[in-house]
Design a protein around this ligand. Structure first.
Ligand code: AMP
Length: 215
């Protein structure tokens, strides 16, 4: 199964991607996490990406496409993968077509996650993340066992720079302008299945199985 998860920042794409990955056993390819790792490691790609990410802008297409193309050459994705956060522009969607063509594969489904603006704002502004393992918490809904400390790896939790309010609003604008238009393209191809980003975490597996049944 080859799946793209599309939706605004804070709609719950990452949470869903992890759950789908666990249920179906496919690797999750998360461009945001890969870019954050590249920034932390100080790679060439990371140095370019950092400025865009801080401002809440999309990182240059050639950089992101390069990272995804490299990742999709690895043997573990031959049977399928879940793309979380890619494509995010028309150019990236075209690049994905090219990459899949080369692999002799097709995209099965685009899961489109929708959520109310107030849900998105609360999720992102109250989100705390682990800079080391990427685990996600929420100051009201998903509390770590020890305040401010990651349950998974014990690192100190942080608020991502781009989860501050001014940047969140800009990321939402960028989504509307650059990412939302690619939905139409996938709709024309009959690939889109819409799901609710308002569900509680324990309701997601049932919904995922229902929506992806038969794939
Ligand atoms: P995310 O963790 O998905 O919210 O992504 C965080 C930031 O990484 C975004 O605001 C962008 O700056 C960058 N990013 C992630 N995925 C992409 C992509 N497919 N294209 C361009 N920039 C991306």
């Amino acid at each position: 199964m080859r799946l793209v998860i599309l939706g605004p920042p804070g709609s719950g794409k990452g949470t869903r991607a992890k759950i789908i990955g666990r249920i179906f056993g496919y690797p999750v390819v998360t461009t945001g996490a890969m870019l954050r790792e590249a920034v932390a490691a100080g790679t060439e790609y990371g140095k370019i990406a950092e400025g865009y990410m801080k401002k809440g802008e999309l990182v240059r297409d050639d950089v992101v496409i390069g990272i995804v193309e490299e990742r999709l050459r690895k043997p573990d994705v031959e049977e399928g993968f879940i793309l979380d956060g890619f494509p995010r522009s028309v150019n990236q969607a075209r690049a994905l077509d090219r990459i899949l063509n080369k692999m002799g594969a097709i995209l099965d489904v685009v899961m489109y996650v929708t959520a109310k603006p107030e849900t998105i704002l609360s999720r992102l502004s109250l989100r705390r993340s682990c800079p080391k393992c990427g685990a996600i918490y929420h100051l009201k809904d998903i509390l770590p066992k020890v305040e401010g400390v990651c349950d998974e790896c014990g690192s100190k939790l942080v608020q991502r720079d781009d989860d501050k309010e001014a940047i969140i609003l800009h990321r939402l604008e960028v989504y509307e302008q650059q990412t939302f238009p690619i939905l139409e393209r996938y709709e024309r191809l009959g690939k889109v299945r819409e799901v609710s980003g308002e569900l509680k975490i324990d309701e997601i597996p049932g919904e995922v199985e229902r929506v992806l049944k038969g794939l």
